[in-house]
Design a protein around this ligand. Structure first.
Ligand code: MG
Length: 201
């Protein structure tokens, strides 16, 4: 839902059929095909499904604009369109964004931003993934030191999040999209209990 997972890219916004005219502002346009009341019902369905309070038609002011932070509804361009704008509020910051901000704060304090290009972040991520493997080398899986495994796993996450941020990719959106894609590649009916690759199912 939009309130919890506010998109940070237009691609992410398009999953909600909207767009981001600027960072932290999501917009979605509604055509008034039938009656305006019917369109408001549609808009309210969208607002409710995404964690926002319903708009009350009687709260539209004389210029036909509804403003109840963070939601604004106003006529758009052509007369038969309404644009719903939703500003991101602090509560909408996801756990992932919080973590990325913490990583960026750490990086800025050390002036390491200059080294964090996509190539070097990818290399660092791969090195950390190998340090994670090292924890299991020559051991039974259960004999690996969990504390060291956690440390290396955290390094992997740190570089993965910073790489996504550098490439302006929305971690939640790309991960959800991949889970959906993998679900199509590995339908439960064929893949349940099988470790085979999708082309050998
Ligand atoms: Mg490490």
């Amino acid at each position: 839902m939009l309130r919890e997972y506010f998109p940070c890219t237009n691609e992410g916004a398009s999953l909600y059929n909207g767009f981001l005219p600027r960072k932290n502002l999501f917009c979605i346009i509604y055509e008034i095909n039938g009656s305006p009341a019917q369109t408001m019902e549609e808009i309210n369905g969208f607002l409710e499904a995404n964690g926002y309070a319903k708009a009350l038609t009687e709260e539209f002011n004389e210029s036909s604009v509804y403003v109840k932070h963070p939601v604004t509804i106003a006529p758009h361009g052509k007369l038969n369109q309404l644009v719903v704008s939703i500003e991101k509020d602090i509560a909408a910051q996801s756990q992932t964004e919080f973590l990325i901000n913490e990583l960026k704060k750490f990086r800025a304090e050390r002036d390491w931003d200059q080294f964090h290009n996509p190539k070097d972040l990818s290399i660092a991520l791969s090195i950390e993934a190998n340090e994670l493997l090292e924890q299991f080398l020559w051991k039974k899986p259960e004999d690996a030191n969990l504390e060291k495994v956690a440390e290396e796993l955290a390094d992997v996450f740190a570089y993965a999040f910073q790489l996504a941020d550098r490439l302006q990719l929305d971690v939640e959106q790309i991960l959800l999209r991949k889970i959906k894609h993998n679900g199509e590649k590995y339908p439960v009916s064929k893949s349940r209990g099988s470790a085979n690759k999708y082309n050998e199912l």
